[in-house]
Design a protein around this ligand. Structure first.
Ligand code: ATP
Ligand code: MG
Ligand code: FE
Length: 337
């Protein structure tokens, strides 16, 4: 099917045209980083307004770049949750109106299912696999048996990994979003003598915690004479990333082993992290476990990923109705074909 896909769950407005859930004809992203940077985080009301301003021209451009017209489309896919309600509603309302005008089906997609299934735009990964969603709002491990089939194995009990990256970056005065900035510093600096805790590393369950790590970083920073030198900032960033990466990789691999899963798909914005990618590669070399990462553009929020599960659902006769609503909180286990 030839689908228009839309994403507006947080601070990126994105539109894509994808054929058969696989072939990306266009995939464009309008980021709101400039808008929220001064506040050090996403301001929901501003996010919704910006989505509203850009969605029309963005869709036009996605169609144009794909070399098609609206009349060629066979369906519309949209993120309907989880995320910021006002932001989601922009995409959901647009999708309904667009589909109504063209008399084609539309479907609401779970944002985290889209992150996990994004890998299919690049390669097949056989089921079952372990899906690790590490992003601004999630640090969740799932057993994935197919599109529409997820079982939660473990999750963060407080902050998400991306949230911790962003907050630590803010403490260090680095700017927003912090993940890529910490990543860059961790490439340039080592952690020196600094060693932060690895929360829940030795617990037998598959849950994560990042709030204590964040507090440990804050107390460490507050114990230093101000302002920090460039090297101190680099070392703190590096030590924090090492702690986060250690816990993420160790616990994900342990969960895969316990569940006897030989394939791991790591997805979401934090999956861009170079330290995380490297450590997974090091730890699994020669182990028989295969770790897959979508390319960075497909790890971060984008609309092409929304088309993957949507194409499968629509092709199997599933549709959303005009009563489709934005759902801010929506456990992935509840999705089904
Ligand atoms: P969710 O997907 O849970 O709804 P979200 O959509 O806001 O949340 P994403 O856009 O998937 O989250 O990911 C954004 C997060 O990824 C931010 O917290 C950002 O700091 C983090 N991130 C992006 N690049 C990197 C990187 N290289 N290293 C670490 N974190 C990163
Ligand atoms: Mg974002
Ligand atoms: Fe996301």
């Amino acid at each position: 099917m030839l689908l228009l896909a839309l994403e507006s769950s947080c601070d990126e407005t994105a539109a894509a045209v994808v054929r058969d859930g696989r072939e990306v004809l266009s995939n464009i992203i309008s980021s709101q980083i400039d808008l929220h940077a001064v506040y050090g985080g996403v301001v929901p009301e501003l996010a919704s307004r910006r989505h509203l301003e850009v969605i029309n021209p963005l869709v036009d451009e996605a169609l144009q770049r794909a070399g098609i017209t609206a009349g060629d489309l066979e369906g519309v896919a949209v993120t309907s949750g989880p995320g910021l309600t006002g932001a989601l509603l922009v995409g959901v309302s647009f999708a309904k109106a667009f589909a109504y005008a063209l008399n084609i089906p539309f479907i609401g997609v779970h944002h985290i299912e889209a992150h996990i299934q994004a890998i299919r735009l690049e390669q097949e990964v056989a089921y079952p696999f372990l899906g690790a969603a590490v992003s601004g709002g999630h640090t969740h491990l799932y057993r994935v048996d197919g599109i529409g089939s997820y079982r939660l194995l473990g999750r963060t009990i407080d902050d998400a990994a991306g949230e911790a990256f962003d907050k630590v970056a803010k403490m260090l005065g680095l700017g927003y979003p912090g993940g890529p900035l910490i990543d860059k510093l961790a490439v340039r600096y080592d952690s020196g003598e600094i060693k932060f805790p690895r929360p829940l590393l030795n617990r037998t369950n598959h849950d994560f915690s990042f709030s204590g790590l964040k507090t440990a970083v804050l107390s460490y920073i507050q114990g230093l004479p101000q302002p920090l030198s460039e090297q101190q900032v680099g070392q703190v960033a590096s030590a924090f990333q090492q702690a986060a990466v250690d816990v993420l990789t160790a616990k994900t691999l342990r969960a895969a082993q316990r569940e006897e899963l030989e394939r791991i798909v790591v997805a979401g914005g934090v999956a861009c992290n170079s330290g995380l990618r490297q450590r997974f590669a090091d730890l699994t070399a020669g182990s028989g476990i295969q770790v897959y990462f979508p390319k960075p553009l497909l790890c971060a929020d984008n609309a092409a990923m929304i088309a993957v599960a949507a194409d499968y659902y629509l092709s199997h006769g599933k549709r959303s109705g005009f009563d489709l609503n934005a759902v801010s909180s929506w456990p992935l286990e509840q999705v089904s074909l």
